[in-house]
Write a protein of this length. Structure first.
Lengths: 702, 118
């Protein structure tokens, strides 16, 4: 708003007041000068404060409403003249003051109406008061509100029928009271829903506005009861109405006073008050929030906003509950302050406060960035399955991740932190050696790797493969040593089991060959030797003793038959031809046929992969051999089924039980054979309850 | 006069065959033993001139028995080692032993023994 407009506004007021004053001086009624002076002062207050507000915030229409109230109210003094026509003009125009006044109260402090209803209320008020005034002028010969003897009559009286205007007055009074009640309710609700910062701005104008409107209502009611009561409330109405510009100015003054909090903010920041609290305090907005802009949020993906703790937050611009003040430094986006929208009327104040906090905001952003980084790193380290330990140059644990903590067997990070790593990760008998190695590595602590076997706090034996490297400070000295470890306990155990199992398989194969050699040597070979000797003997006796020769040959044939039978048995032991030719079912039938006790057989039909078939066959063969040798059973059963992609072999007997699978190489060898096919062999053998050998072999290999 | 013989072997079928063959060739079989310990006792008691000694015995090897017999006081019998295995299976063991010689079991005959004793 230009100075010219301001000057014109003031000039208009001066002209209006001067003209009215002149009219009053010429044609005024008794005692009208004192009242006029008072009213002019009040009008001037409205106009001047309105013009000042308009100059400050041209876009805010509260200034217009204030000034309009002043200009229009000044016409009201015309009712103090004796001229009927001037009186009628003042009578009608003066009451129009309620239009800008209600607009001011409803649109304060933004100058905008919150709803269509609120926009309609000032117009309705205008229509209402104009209707009343005009009916009074048309039908009431003494339209002046207060009974007075020298008041002029109506200039446009059409009929002396005050009953008509009284009826209209009654009706509009009722509607007016309803309108007042509605406005008061709106104001009350606005107050109730307002934030603390908002209330600070609202209360002077709202309080004065509500008081004025309630006084209007009381005047309307009292008017019908007693003159003195009506005068009293009229006085209150006048005082409170005239107080409005001051209430308005008081609000502005409070804003001005709040500016001192900028210096308080600087002092608070200097004292180390947390930035958000200091800002919230300075702006008197306890719900204030600050978010920081990071060009690169590791782990959160790309640029974006984080809170002071480094956690990702949404775009502050899309926050519906707050207004946003973006903070930039050196053309670079730094932070955003989210504050109560009520503070929007004091934008310069918000600007001043955030500007004062600029450096602190930048520092805080760096902190937030660091925290975001730390959050990310801590998520990474605690998610990693590897053990991660940071050890000081004194050998004490500084940081430890979840995997490493788990390995220590301690449940609490605090119990691990500060301990010497050798007390946690090294067995007692190796501790001194490790300490010596650690101290020998000082001060460079070169990168190293080693395997470490220890028993943790829970008594679990662990094998860890460690790699460590020094972390240097800004002077190039080693600040700490970071060690990453892999828990290879399971791998080691599997390796060990595998080695043992392979060794057993090799030993079993060697043993089987030795046994085969022994069987051949002791059995068939001996028989063939004997046969050879017998034949030589027969040959030498052939001429002199044919009868003896015949008997020797008969013996030799018997020997030969036995040798053949033994060779067959051995060949079957090496690998049963029936298994290769006809499969597991017939092969098991063969085993069962040679068993010394009755055996029930149920073998699923069809062929299996050769390795599975052979393993299954030997499970049945070994189990039936054990039944024959040790069980004293009277019967047994063999069941081979296919289910869920695996073969299940079960051999049970009703014998004495008590077989120990750990003893005896037969079952152990079987277990290895089954394990080589990823299968499992189990033996249940409770004393007196028979034995159940069960093997499960997956069919997935082939 | 054919020599007296002690047969040492853990297989009864071989002992029987050997006895039949050697007796047929005129040897006098003075006794049989099924293991090394029994063989040592039998030699002390029967004092055979020849011991037909199987190399693979359940309690000790024929070489061990041979060594012990050589260490005895008095005259040691002539030891003929026998086996159903081939001579090459034993490498230098037979040459290094105190035995008079080796006969594969399948080729056993009085003739073979006499040849080694000569």
């Amino acid at each position: 708003m230009s100075r010219l407009t301001l000057a014109l506004g003031v000039a208009l007021l001066v002209v209006e007041i001067a003209a009215s004053a002149a009219l009053i001086a010429i044609d005024g009624r008794d005692q009208s000068l004192a009242t006029t002076g008072l009213q002019f002062t009040a009008c001037a207050a409205f106009v001047i404060s309105g013009l000042v507000a308009l100059a400050q915030r041209p876009e805010n229409r509260t200034g217009v409403y204030l000034a309009a109230t002043g200009y229009i109210w000044a016409f009201g003094v015309l009712t103090l003249v004796t001229n009927e026509w001037l009186f009628a003009i003042g009578f009608v125009l003066g009451d129009l003051v309620w239009i800008p006044f209600t607009a001011l109260v409803l649109a304060y402090p933004t100058g905008r109406f919150a709803s269509r209803l609120e926009r309609t209320i000032p117009i309705a008020a205008g229509v209402l008061v104009t209707t009343t005034s005009i009916f009074k002028l048309l039908f009431d010969p003494t339209p002046a509100p207060t009974r007075c003897d020298d008041c002029p009559g109506s200039a446009i009286l059409v009929a002396d029928q005050p009953a008509i205007s009284d009826t209209v007055d009654g009706l509009t009074s009722v509607v007016g009271l309803g309108l007042i009640a509605l406005v008061v309710v709106i104001l009350y609700r606005r107050w109730r829903n307002a934030t603390p910062a908002s209330r600070r701005v609202l209360w002077p104008v709202l309080a004065v506005g509500a008081t004025t409107l309630l006084a209007v209502g009381l005047v309307i009611l009292a008017d019908r009861i007693s003159d003195s009561a009506a005068r009293f409330f009229q006085l209150i109405l006048f005082v409170s109405f005239a107080a409005m510009p001051f209430a308005f100015l008081f609000g502005i003054l409070r804003t001005r006073l709040a500016r001192s909090s900028v210096s308080q903010l600087v002092v608070a920041l200097d004292r180390g008050v947390p930035l958000r609290d200091a800002l919230a305090d300075a702006l008197r907005d306890p719900g204030l929030e600050i978010v920081y802009w990071l060009d690169w949020r590791r782990g959160l993906g790309g640029a974006g906003w984080v809170d002071a703790r480094g956690h990702a937050v949404g775009d502050p611009a899309s926050d519906a509950l707050h207004s946003v003040r973006f903070v930039e430094r050196g053309g670079e986006r730094v932070a955003a302050v989210l504050y109560d929208p009520a503070l929007d009327t004091e934008r310069e104040f918000v600007d001043a406060v955030t500007a004062a906090a600029g450096m602190a905001l930048q520092n805080e952003r760096l902190q937030a960035e660091l925290r975001a980084e730390v959050n990310f790193m801590s998520t990474v380290t605690n998610t990693a399955p590897s053990l991660l330990v940071n050890v000081g140059t004194d050998g004490r644990i500084r940081n430890i991740n979840i995997a490493a903590l788990r390995a220590t067997g301690l449940d609490d990070e605090e119990r691990a932190r500060g301990q010497y790593f050798w007390d946690v990760f090294i067995d007692a008998d190796e501790r001194e050696e490790m300490k010596a190695r650690f101290h020998a590595a000082a001060p460079d602590f070169p990168a190293a790797e080693y395997e470490n076997v220890f028993t943790n706090a829970r008594g679990e034996r662990l094998v860890i493969y460690w790699r460590s490297a020094p972390v240097h400070d800004e002077h190039g000295n080693v600040a700490s040593i970071v060690s990453g470890g892999l828990d290879i306990t399971d791998r080691k155990r599997h390796e060990q089991e595998l080695r043992a199992s392979r060794a057993r398989l090799v030993a079993a194969a060697d043993e089987a060959r030795q046994e085969l050699e022994r069987n051949l040597h002791d059995g068939a070979q001996q028989r063939l030797v004997a046969l050879s000797v017998s034949l030589r003997l027969a040959e030498s006796k052939l001429a002199e003793d044919p009868a003896a020769t015949s008997s020797i040959l008969a013996g030799a044939r018997q020997e030969l038959a036995q040798a053949l039978s033994e060779l067959r048995e051995i060949a079957r032991g090496i690998h049963p031809a029936v298994l290769t030719d006809r499969g597991l079912g017939p092969a098991v039938e063969g085993l069962v046929a040679r068993a010394p006790v009755p055996v029930e057989v149920d073998v699923c039909p069809g062929r299996l992969p050769p390795a599975v078939e052979a393993a299954s066959y030997y499970v049945v063969a070994e189990a039936l051999t054990n039944v024959a040798k040790y069980s004293n059973a009277s019967g047994a059963s063999v069941e081979v089924t296919r289910e869920d992609g695996r073969v299940v072999i079960e051999v049970t007997d009703d014998g004495s039980g008590g077989a120990d699978p750990a003893r005896g190489s037969g079952l152990r060898g079987l277990a290895d054979r089954v394990a080589a096919l990823d299968g499992v062999l189990s033996v249940e053998s409770t004393l007196g309850q028979g034995t159940r050998v069960r093997a499960e072999i997956p069919l997935a290999q082939e | 006069m054919p020599p007296t013989v002690l047969i040492v072997d853990d297989h009864p079928s071989f002992r029987a065959s050997a006895r039949a063959v050697l007796e047929a060739d005129g040897f006098e079989i003075v006794g049989e033993a099924a293991d090394g310990a029994a063989a040592l006792v039998a030699v002390a008691e029967l004092a055979p001139e020849v011991v037909l000694l199987d190399i693979q015995l359940p309690d000790m090897t024929g070489f061990d028995v041979c060594k012990r017999l050589a260490r005895r006081n008095g005259t040691a019998p002539a030891v003929i080692l026998v086996s159903s295995r081939d001579v090459s299976d034993y490498g230098d063991l037979i040459d290094d032993s105190h035995a008079r010689g080796f006969v594969p079991k399948a080729e056993l005959s009085g003739e073979a023994i006499l040849a080694l004793l000569a």
